[in-house]
Design a protein around this ligand. Structure first.
Ligand code: CAA
Length: 258
């Protein structure tokens, strides 16, 4: 499928999406976000895909929502068109794991996009921040909420109120990045992680993603209850029989994704 603002392709069982507005530091305009949603829904519906990677280029994952698009918006323009909600929220509906491979700037909506993904792998040159306060606005795609939950209140306040950037090492310590690798290893690492996940039983992978996400939506006892119910349901899977038989027979499992 040919897109204007992204590239989308498959490598084995991995769907790879590259944000492609390099001259604008991959600023996230409505067209890009609409195409990103389309590509992600396409991969989500494709039985041949088990995990999705989103990346940018060496300089920028994404430098935020496109400021030129919104600079003259009135309140009514933003409210009536349901700005952000209308074309960013689809990312949360994708049921397969999504890995953000981040090099360079992940600012504003770029950091928010990374935090909407399930795993964030960063190159050593990555920089994360919520500089919207410089523009006379607040973060608008979940930055205040996800930073406070995934990192801490102190980091959320610090980044959102001062506009300073965190480097990759600080972002990993803060908890929003799971691994930091040299820039020239970023894509190898991200694709290897995606490939590994895509080799497991797809329903199990999808249920684990759903269960971990419950942790951010509910109490501990309800979350553990939910996990237990999901765990019990897995004894109906062919892949559970195969996975456990393979362990006992000392061989590699051959998952059929059902
Ligand atoms: N929107 C539109 N254009 C952008 C952009 C953005 N968010 N970020 C960068 N660009 C454009 C620049 O205007 C510039 O365009 P021209 O060549 O036509 O002048 C081009 O990309 C290259 O950028 P710079 O020349 O500024 O490059 P730099 O290396 O000097 O600086 C940067 C890089 C630090 C990322 C800087 O561009 C910057 O601060 N960008 C804005 C970051 C920002 O404020 N993001 C938040 C946006 S609001 C938001 O995201 C709201 C939300 O929560 C959803």
């Amino acid at each position: 499928m040919a897109y204007e603002c992204i590239h989308a392709t498959t490598r084995g069982r991995v769907g790879l999406i590259t944000l492609n507005r390099p001259k604008q530091m991959n600023a996230l305009n409505p067209k890009l976000m609409q195409e990103l949603g389309e590509a992600m829904y396409g991969f989500d519906a494709d039985d041949g895909v088990g995990a999705i990677v989103i990346t940018g280029n060496d300089k920028a994952f994404a430098a935020g929502a496109d400021i030129t698009v919104m600079k003259n918006y009135s309140y009514m323009d933003a409210f009536r068109s349901n700005y952000i909600t209308r074309d960013w929220e689809h990312i949360r509906n994708v049921r397969k794991p999504v890995i953000a491979a981040v090099a360079g700037y992940a600012l504003g909506g770029g950091n928010e996009l990374a935090m909407m993904c399930d795993i964030v792998i960063a190159a050593e040159n990555a920089k994360f921040g919520q500089p919207e306060i410089n523009l006379g606005v607040s973060p608008g795609a979940g930055g205040t909420q996800r930073l406070a939950r995934f990192a801490s209140k102190a980091k959320a306040m610090d980044l959102c109120l001062t506009a300073r950037m965190m480097d990759a090492a600080e972002a990993e310590r803060a908890g929003i990045v799971s691994r930091v690798v040299p820039l020239d290893k970023l894509m190898d690492e991200a694709m290897a992680v995606a490939d590994k996940i895509a080799g497991y039983s797809l329903p199990v992978v999808m249920m684990i993603k759903e269960t971990v996400n419950r942790a951010y939506e509910t109490t501990l006892s309800e979350g553990v209850h939910y996990e237990r119910r999901i765990f019990h349901s897995m004894f109906s899977l062919d892949d559970q029989k195969e996975g456990m038989a393979a362990f006992v027979e000392k061989r590699k499992p051959d998952f059929k994704h059902r």
